[in-house]
Write a protein that binds this ligand. Sequence first.
Ligand code: SAH
Length: 397
Amino acid sequence: MKLREVKVDGETAAAIRKGQPILPKDAVADPEMLGREGSLLKLIDPAGRYVATGYHGSQNKGAGWVLATKEGEQIDEAFFSRKIRDAIARRESFYEDPETNAFRVFNGEGDGIGGLTIDDYDGHFLINWYSEGIYAMRRYVHDALADLKAVRSVFGKKRFDSRGQYVEDDDFVFGDKPDFPILVKENGMQFAVDLNDGAMTGIFLDQRDVRKAVRDEWAKGRRTLNAFSYTGAFSVAAALGGAAGTTSVDLAKRSLPKTIEQFSANGIDYEAQDIVVMDVFDYFRYAKRHEKEFDLLILDPPSFARSKKRTFSAAKDYPKLLEDALSVTAKDGIIIASTNHAGFGMKKFRGFIEKAFKSAGRKYTIEREFRLPADFRTHRHHMESDYLKVAVIRTKG
Ligand code: SAH
C-alpha cells in the first residue's frame, strides 16, 4: 500500500492525536500535497513524526478523514470489511427487533470511516458517498457488502458535487433488484420506500424515535398539522396514534401521491385525511383566516429551501416559523419542533423557541428533547454530525 506523506500543522496533529477524525481543509500548507481524491495519506506532524493514516476526500467539512492511528495498519478490503462488520454487530438490537427492519448500519466517522453511510432497508442496502475520495474506494465497500448474508441488493447515492448535493444517476449497484416501492417496517408501522428515485427514499430514518413518540404519546385525540410533511410519515404515525384528523402540508407536488401511498400502506383511509400541496407559510395564513386550530403541530423543515416566493433558512427563520405556527396552535397544544441544521446546537435552538414564544406573548414548557437515534452513531470528537434537534413543546394558554 502506497501512502502519501502529508505534513499537517501542529494544532491539527495535536487534535488528531486527541481523537479528532476529520482532516480540516487548512491543515495542510499546500493542498496539492493531498494528491488525487481517494489517495491514502500518512499524516505527519511538523517534526516528521507519524500522526495518523487517512484518505483525501473533499467534503464541505474538510479535506479528508482519519482511518487509523496505528502506524502500519493496512487500509484495504479487510479493513473496510472489519469496520462494516463491527458496525453491523453494534446494531444487533435492531436486527433482533421484529417490528423494525429499516435502520442505519454504518454512520460515517461514528463507525470509523468518515464520508460514508449505509442504511439497511429490509436487506436492500443504500450507500451514501459524500466525496469523490471515498467513492474511489467503492470496490472495498461493495466487496465487503457482497460477502454479507443480510444483503439482498445494494444501491449507492453520490452526494459529492460541490455542495454535497445528490448527483442524479441510476443508483443500482448489484444484487436482487426489488420492484419499488418496497414496504419496510418501523415499530410496527409500514413505509413505502424507493431506493432508486432521486436523492431521497421516502422516509427519514433518523426520525424513528420521534414518529414512535407521536403515535404512542402525543397524537391521541389531537387535531394534527404536519408541516413540511414530505411523504407524510409523521401523519401516518399520528393517524395510527388516534389523532382527531391529520393535515399534511408540503410544497412539492409529489408529496400528494406519496402521502396517499404511505397512508394506504398502513390501511388508513387517506380520503379522511387532509393533504395540502402548499407553501407552509401561506398555509398558516390560510388556516388563520379560516379559524382553523391544531392541538399537535409537527414542524420539520429542511435546513435551507428556496421556492419561487421565498427562501427559508432554519438558522435565520426558525423563530418566525414557530411564531406563525403559534397563530394556529390551540391552548394546551403540543408543538414538535425539529431541525437538522448542523450549524447550530440545542442551546441556540432553545433560544429560537424562547424568542418565538416571547414575541407571540405565550408561555410554554419543553416536555422532551430528542437527538439522533442510536443507529446514527456519532463520534465523540466530531459532534458537528450530531445534527438532529427535536423539542416537544407544550403551549400554556
Ligand atoms: N418532515 C418530513 C421531512 C421533511 S423534508 C418527514 O419526516 O418525512 C422537507 C420537505 O419540506 C420537502 O418535502 C420539501 O418539499 C418541503 N418544503 C420546503 N420548503 C417548503 C415550504 N416553504 N412549504 C412547504 N413545504 C416545503
